[in-house]
Write a protein that binds this ligand. Structure first.
Ligand code: NAD
Length: 495
């Protein structure tokens, strides 16, 4: 990936992005029905850099109708597994070919530093490659039925659910969109993708690549729009068989309710308040930066961020000061600042929310290290470590979605587990220790969908990903993710 291409200047990226974008329905690029537009901003400056159409219910209806027609006439499935695999692989090649452009749009519209934007773009290509390999490996099973004197041949088939609605958030927008589209297509579904209103551009760029790769018209439709309008129309649509949603727990519950209309299947990747547990025998030279970056990375706009850092009391002060020092050392800047290690928050609304929560903690008597608003322009907040917060404080209980760690001391493994599990969320957890036995006991007892030992934020397209408790329903990635877009048919033949 060439991170030094000419597009790495903000001016070049603005020239490329600065236009009225269109939505993709049935292979056509359209303005949409509403005459309403989403202002797309650079969060490093707050400036509007482009406009995307704000799709309405009529646009969602048209997109679902196109996806349904494409599913019903089997134009995607009938290509056969080998050809579908070849085209998904081609999408990965095209993502890599256009990586500099995609990356530039993520830097501009998401405020992601170049290295982060490059990681997300590479991950999206990797995801398409992973799933390209699954197309001809979707198998049912034969089942022995024990009916004396009545022989049967019984087998199962895995079949696609139909039209899938894919709703994604703004943190890592290209990768989120690519992951869902790759999985839905591998399962044989057709789909309607609804990107976040904050970051619709890179999802639309994915649409261009899908067409170029030979994904037939109508198989993937992309409708930007407001959540409560376009997102809600998709979640409520009677011809949609599955919603795959990534976003907040609050909206996840709305999606689950909306799904009851036609009992569509729902998978939910939601919020988190993940514990990172540091024991006093850990290699602190790794644990301190690991836990700090486990939250500060992507400015804390990471569902799996380890935002509650639980530290054994004997090393508590050292770890807290170490994480604050990591925070102070990070260079804040916009997506095109070559020194930038962390970027801005996505919007003025998020800046207000994050800084408001820090203020609440301060007013409650907690100690706040960092937490300043360093620049007049853009949505920047300094990395923050909070200590002595009340156990019922919002900074202990709620997802902040900013670069804010709440540090909490503990005395023994039982207390660490008790605090770690004292949350309505269960997306991820980390344990830092040299004691292998203890690490596995904690891993087995912590209520989280992913547990890291002596590392954080590691993801792989093949490793199941999802939440316990109110962090979600279902799993993404690998075969489990694929099965989320499929249903099982049992065929019984009397011989
Ligand atoms: P959000 O829930 O506000 O929005 C997510 C998406 O849902 C957007 O596309 C939005 O337009 C849409 N939406 C909003 N209201 C809707 C409605 N009524 N019906 C249908 N769709 C609607 O979340 P966000 O602020 O964009 O993203 C941040 C959240 O996403 C955080 O809570 C974060 O933890 C979560 N997240 C989870 C994962 C995961 O894999 N578990 C990954 C990334 C982000």
């Amino acid at each position: 990936m060439n991170v030094h291409s000419p597009l790495q200047s903000r001016e070049a990226a603005v020239r490329m992005a600065s236009r009225d974008w269109k939505m993709l329905i049935d292979g056509e690029w359209l303005d949409g029905s509403t005459q309403d537009w989403l202002d797309v901003r650079d969060p490093a400056t707050g400036e509007v850099i482009a406009r995307a159409p704000a799709g309405g219910a009529a646009d969602i209806h048209a997109a679902v109708a196109a996806a349904k027609a494409a599913f019903d006439d089997r134009r995607w499935l009938n290509l056969g597994a080998e050809e579908r695999s070849r085209r998904l692989w081609r999408v990965a090649d095209l993502i890599e070919r256009d990586a500099a452009k995609i990356q530039a749009v993520e830097q501009l519209n998401n405020g992601a530093p170049a290295s982060l934007a490059a990681f997300f773009t590479t991950y999206a290509a990797k995801f398409f490659r992973h799933y390209a390999g699954w197309c001809d490996k979707i198998n049912g099973e034969t089942i022995e039925i024990s009916e004396p004197g009545a022989p049967f041949h019984t087998y199962t088939r895995k079949e696609p659910l139909g039209v899938a609605g894919l709703i994604v958030p703004w943190n890592g927008p290209f990768a989120s969109a690519a992951m869902k589209v790759a999985t839905a297509l591998t399962a044989g579904c057709t789909c309607v993708l609804k990107p976040s209103e904050e970051t619709p551009l890179s999802a639309l760029m994915l649409g261009e690549l899908l067409i170029e790769a030979g994904i037939p018209a109508g198989v993937v439709n992309i409708v930007p729009g407001h959540g409560h309008i376009a997102g809600a129309a998709l979640a409520n649509h009677p011809d949609v068989s599955k919603i795959s949603f990534t976003g907040s727990t609050e909206v996840g519950k709305l999606i689950a309710n909306a799904a009851t209309g036609n009992l569509k299947k729902v998978s939910l990747e939601l919020g988190g308040k993940s514990p990172s547990i540091i024991f006093d025998d850990a290699d602190l030279s790794k644990a301190i930066p690991g836990a700090a970056l486990g939250t500060f990375y992507n400015t804390g706009q990471v569902c799996i961020a380890g935002t509650r850092v639980l530290v054994q009391r004997s090393v508590y002060d050292q770890v807290v000061e170490g994480m604050a020092a990591v925070g102070r050392s990070l260079h804040l800047g916009g997506g095109f600042d070559p020194e930038a290690q962390i970027g801005p928050l996505i919007s003025a609304k998020q800046l207000e929310r994050v800084s408001g929560m820090i203020d609440v903690a301060r007013d409650e008597g907690a100690q706040v290290l960092g937490g300043g608003l360093p620049f007049e322009r853009g949505y920047f907040v300094e990395p923050t470590v909070i200590t002595n917060a009340r156990p019922d404080s919002v900074v202990v209980r709620d997802e902040i979605f900013g670069p804010v760690i709440t540090a909490i001391p503990f005395d023994d493994p039982e207390e660490a587990l008790s605090i770690g599990n004292d949350t309505e969320y269960g997306l991820a957890a980390a344990v830092w220790t040299r004691d292998i036995g203890r690490s596995q006991l904690i891993a087995n007892s912590i209520a989280a969908g992913t547990v890291w030992v002596n590392c954080q934020l590691v993801l792989s397209p093949g490793a199941p990903f999802g939440g316990y408790k109110q962090s979600g329903w279902g799993r993404e990635n690998g075969i489990e993710g694929l099965h989320g877009f499929m249903q099982t048919k049992t065929v019984m033949t009397a011989l």
